[in-house]
Design a binder for this molecule. Structure first.
Ligand code: F0G
Length: 354
């Protein structure tokens, strides 16, 4: 089937015109996968929106194609962003595609290996600061105010416009009706803002209904849940290691308007969900993504999601982004054997087939 990327496919919902470059890496149109095993176990209709199948492996491609296209349209030749890794990968890829320069500012030592590899490969100029994401964002905001460099973090409204298209797809994939609950990880809070905008716009046009938005921060970075900025955020889910979300108020608004909840999940709950979805459903998503599933499990236990509901959990990034965490959290390591059929067979018989 032909799919030409977001700008073409969702043109009527996007702020594009004849001067907007038709930039695309054929992003969007990601699978909505029904989790049969976990649906049965939990007594709900559980789906995941696998945003890790986007061109650079995360939902950021949806926002970035718009932000970079608009920057190019406005005559800019350089984009800049702060990032915990995925934004920088997407910015670097779309800048490369658009023939623009890309500058990324990341927290030193706190971004997953796959994401760093991407920024390097796509040719971004990378600055690793001795500070966290919130500080990096402050720096790039200031620089973009003083220079003609375009800021492509989610405070750029075009990012939200691009990212809202995922909500359109979820509704269409469910046959034209919004789910009862949309569960989503929350870091800088741009994505929950975007989905809520998307659901509302689609509902206005097609009467597709609205979900309750359940957003989940990591416990060590749960600024919105605590109601205060966290100076030193910590979590194994480095993608959402953010203590002062830029779209804080929009996230609270999405939660209130939808009758949903913003809650936190512990690193243990995130890792449990991370392993569960891989081993029970064959879906490998990066740790931050699994905050959504961890949150669904928590809210099911607490009765905050009812049995029989249709629930969509957004899996924001591909598991391959962070191979280090995957290896570190598993006790199962490859068993090293000599290159000998008999030895391998003996081992399988003795160890695996018992
Ligand atoms: N999941 C993943 C995999 C992410 O990379 C991010 C954010 C989020 C969830 C949270 O989304 O910020 O819109 O609430 N990553 C940003 C980055 C901060 O720099 O890549 P949000």
């Amino acid at each position: 089937m032909k799919w030409n990327g977001l700008i073409e496919e969702f043109e009527e919902f996007l702020p594009v015109n004849e001067n907007t470059p038709k930039l695309s890496l054929n992003e969007g149109n990601t699978p909505l996968i029904k989790l049969h095993n976990l649906s049965e176990q939990f007594g709900i209709e559980l789906y995941v929106k696998t945003e890790g199948t986007n061109p650079t492996g995360s939902f950021k491609d949806r926002g970035m194609v718009m932000a970079v296209a608009k920057a190019k349209e406005e005559g800019s030749n350089t984009v800049i962003c702060a990032s915990t890794g995925n934004t920088s990968a997407a910015a670097a890829a779309y800048a490369a595609r658009a023939g623009m320069r890309c500058i990324v500012v990341i927290p030193d030592g706190k971004i997953a290996m796959g994401k760093l590899a991407q920024a390097v490969m796509y040719g971004a100029e990378i600055y690793a600061i001795q500070g966290n994401f919130d500080e990096a964002l402050k720096i790039v905001r200031k620089i973009s105010e003083k220079t003609p460099i375009s800021l492509v973090n989610s405070v750029n409204p075009y990012r939200i416009e691009g990212q809202k298209t995922a909500a359109f797809e979820v509704v269409a994939q469910l046959g034209g009706k919004a789910p009862d609950v949309l569960a989503i990880p929350v870091g800088n809070a741009g994505n929950i803002t975007a989905y809520w905008k998307g659901f509302k716009e689609y509902n206005e046009k097609y009467g597709s209904g609205l979900p309750k938005m359940h957003g989940f921060e990591a416990e060590g970075s749960a600024a919105i849940v605590r109601g205060e900025v966290i100076e030193n955020p910590e979590t194994i889910a480095t993608a959402i290691r953010i203590g002062n979300p830029a779209s804080w108020e929009y996230a609270v608004n999405a939660q209130k308007e939808s009758g949903g909840l913003i809650d936190e999940v512990t690193d243990e709950e995130i890792i449990e969900a991370y392993k569960l979805i891989a081993t029970r459903e064959g879906v490998f998503a990066e740790p931050a993504s699994c905050a959504s599933l961890a949150g669904v499990i928590k809210h099911l236990k607490q009765g905050k999601i009812s049995k029989g509901s249709t629930v969509v959990a957004v899996l924001t990034g591909n598991g391959l982004k962070d191979p280090t965490t995957a290896i570190d959290v598993n006790e199962i390591k490859p068993v090293v054997l000599p290159s000998d059929e008999d030895v391998v067979f003996e081992h399988i018989k003795g160890v695996v087939l018992q």
